[in-house]
Design a protein around this ligand. Structure first.
Ligand code: KG4
Ligand code: ZN
Length: 340
């Protein structure tokens, strides 16, 4: 069955076509609003909603054309029901549900994080259930035990800032713009390790919780000291210290989750999963600790419609299509462990 996927939870409009029977992912297209929000230093929700509305129809036409399919070929429409920005979610939900109604098709509300954590299953080298998932996005840092499609058990999460949020806030302190995660990671590549000492929050807490808000404070303290002492801080070295601290904590908690669950496959999903330093360190740890790590294709790490179409297709196949009730409701706040 051909599933159209619609993602509008934040600042990317993502559309995709996934065919469970023939061809898998046939086409996907993403329009990023980053350039539009950059001037404001962050996402402006009202602008985001309006831009989603402008992009949804042209992007749907684009994926249909690229896949050589017609709108009549669609068998279902999956869309992001939450979590995310209410107005942005509503733009996608209204579009998806109206189109589904007009075509007489099922509309499937998908949890955005379910989309992320199932996305490595789209790769040629894919994990099998059950596995542990590390979700590291702009809004979430969670470790989940994934039993099967729709059964997600929370093992631990951040008590304050998400890892991506810490990247973005630290990047802002260093004047790297928005969203700064990729730029900060790039800057860290030319930094000398160990030049600045930053804490590894909660690394020895013995549980699977995280805390990242203190790191940004430590960076800002170092920068303030610089202003007072006129001792020049080297931004690449500071970026490197920050990235090393985040990566150390994420790797340690993942290793602990693998040990605690006794599972042998780790899936890493969400925007920070694109980070090259995190991937290198996790791969090294996996080799010594004896577990396998799986990532989505690089272009599917950040928000996209492919993961939503795919999650919709998997839910239909598993006979679990109805996440949502009828109507246009969205869930800006939505706990992944509560879904079924
Ligand atoms: O999953 P995502 O696209 O959107 C959310 O659902 O939040 O994640 C976006 C986050 C942003 O905080 C961004 O700075 C971060 O992922 N990110 C990265 C990298 N690429 C994206 N952080 C570190 N290194 C990267 N290469
Ligand atoms: Zn996301």
């Amino acid at each position: 069955m051909l599933v159209l996927g619609v993602e509008t939870s934040c600042d990317e409009t993502g559309l995709a076509l996934y065919d469970g029977q023939a061809g898998g992912l046939l086409a996907h297209a993403v329009h990023s609003q980053v350039a539009m929000h950059e001037a404001y230093g962050g996402v402006v929700p009202e602008l985001a909603s309006r831009d989603h509305l402008r992009r949804l129809v042209p992007l749907t036409r684009e994926v249909l054309a690229r896949a050589g399919r017609r709108i009549e070929d669609l068998g279902a429409i999956a869309y992001t029901e939450g979590p995310g920005l209410a107005g942005a979610l509503l733009a996608g939900a209204a579009f998806a549900r109206s189109l589904a109604h007009a075509l007489g098709l099922p509309a499937i509300g998908i949890h955005h994080l379910e989309g992320h954590l199932l996305s490595p299953l789209l790769s040629a080298r894919a994990p099998t259930f059950p596995f542990v998932a590390l979700l590291v996005s702009g809004g979430h840092t969670q470790l989940m035990r994934v039993h099967e499609v729709g059964r997600y058990e929370l093992l631990g999460e951040t008590l304050d800032d998400a890892a991506g949020e810490a990247f973005d806030k630290t990047a802002k302190l260093l004047g790297l713009g928005y969203p700064g995660g990729p730029a900060l990671s790039k800057l860290a590549e030319s930094g000398t390790p160990g030049r600045y000492k930053l804490p590894r929050p909660m690394i020895g807490s013995g549980d699977l919780e995280f805390s990242f808000s203190g790191l940004k404070t430590s960076v800002s303290t170092l920068l303030r000291k610089e202003n007072k002492n006129e001792e020049k801080i080297r931004p690449p070295d500071l970026a490197r210290a920050f990235v090393d601290a985040v990566v150390d904590v994420l790797v340690a908690k993942c290793a602990l989750a693998m040990e605690r669950t006794g599972l042998t496959q780790l899936v890493v999903a969400g925007g920070v999963g694109a980070n090259s330093q995190l991937r290198a360190a996790l791969n090294a740890k996996a080799r010594t600790a004896g577990f396998d790590v799986f990532y989505p294709e690089p272009e599917l790490c950040t928000d996209n419609g492919a993961m939503i179409a795919f999650a919709g297709a998997l839910r239909l196949k598993a006979g679990k299509p109805a996440n949502s009730g009828a109507g246009f409701g969205v869930r800006p706040r939505w706990d992944l462990a509560s879904i079924s």
